[in-house]
Write a protein that binds this ligand. Structure first.
Ligand SMILES: C[S@@+](CC[C@H](N)C(=O)[O-])C[C@H]1O[C@@H](n2cnc3c(N)ncnc32)[C@H](O)[C@@H]1O
Length: 234
């Protein structure tokens, strides 16, 4: 991985001194990432680049404003994801624990529904992008944790692991394309989520034609290319 600050390349140690030593947790991970990728600090904000992409950063406020504007003319209650987490009245939106925060896109959709969101991301590159994005925004009702959820919170668990895309027909958005290249597949998805089965409502995002990740869901809600499998507490 290449490290840059305002256009100039630095060795990781020097770059870290600029970015902040508290980000030292990145050290063991970034050494394995190809030099096609770069972490760049531009206008004091952390961006992820790849040689053929303009560096980008996560902008949760922009996502949130986009959703909020959309819901001025559309009903939240008709959204497949809102139905999947059990929203019947907007004033009673549940707390959601987003176990797979990634690019924050689904998290911000939940915030726009009126949910309190607690989100987790274990990939250090995306965790750094999320943490930095939050430093530069004022998103409320959203709490982020680097690492894996270990249980104990009430609320709906939302799980959207990375799966392989051998037959993908549509090109993903740039952020998601990079996420796929860096992570490729969350091979432990089934074992990780199965430990919470039966304890609280779980929503698992799946490609529309894929088999469920766990046993038969209680019910499923389908969108255009995505299906949400819903598991209820025992
Ligand atoms: C398909 S992406 C999620 C996309 C996300 N829903 C969004 O809106 O951008 C999967 C992400 O979940 C993370 N992840 C997978 N399993 C996890 C786990 N058990 N704990 C924390 N993060 C996990 C991966 O590192 C990856 O960033």
């Amino acid at each position: 991985m290449i490290f840059k600050h305002e256009g100039t390349k630095y060795p990781f140690e020097q770059w870290l001194a600029i970015f902040g030593e508290e980000n030292n947790y990145l050290a063991p991970f970034v050494s394995n990432v190809s030099d096609d990728f770069s972490f760049e600090i531009i206008d004091e904000k952390l961006c992820l680049g790849r040689k053929d992409f303009k560096p980008f950063r996560l902008e949760p406020e922009k996502l949130l404003n986009y959703h909020r504007n959309f819901f001025k003319g559309h009903s939240i209650l008709k959204e497949p994801l809102a139905k999947a987490v059990g929203i019947k009245k907007v004033s009673e939106a549940p707390k959601v624990i987003d176990l797979t925060c990634g690019t924050m896109s689904d998290s911000m959709l939940f915030v726009s529904f009126g949910c309190e969101v607690m989100a987790f991301e274990r990939n250090p590159i995306f965790a750094a992008l999320i943490t930095d994005a939050l430093k530069h925004s004022s998103v409320e009702h959203f709490q982020f944790h680097f690492g894996q959820y270990s249980g104990g919170e009430s609320g709906v668990l939302y799980f959207d692991p990375m799966y392989s895309h051998p037959n993908a027909k549509t090109a993903p958005k740039k952020e998601m394309a990079l996420l796929r290249e860096i992570i490729s597949e969350d091979r432990d998805a089934q074992s990780f989520i199965s430990q919470f089965l039966g304890k609280q409502r779980i929503v698992i995002k799946r490609p529309i034609k894929a088999e469920p990740l766990l046993a038969k869901p209680h019910h499923a809600i389908s969108g255009k290319s995505t299906r949400y499998d819903v598991y209820l507490p025992a």
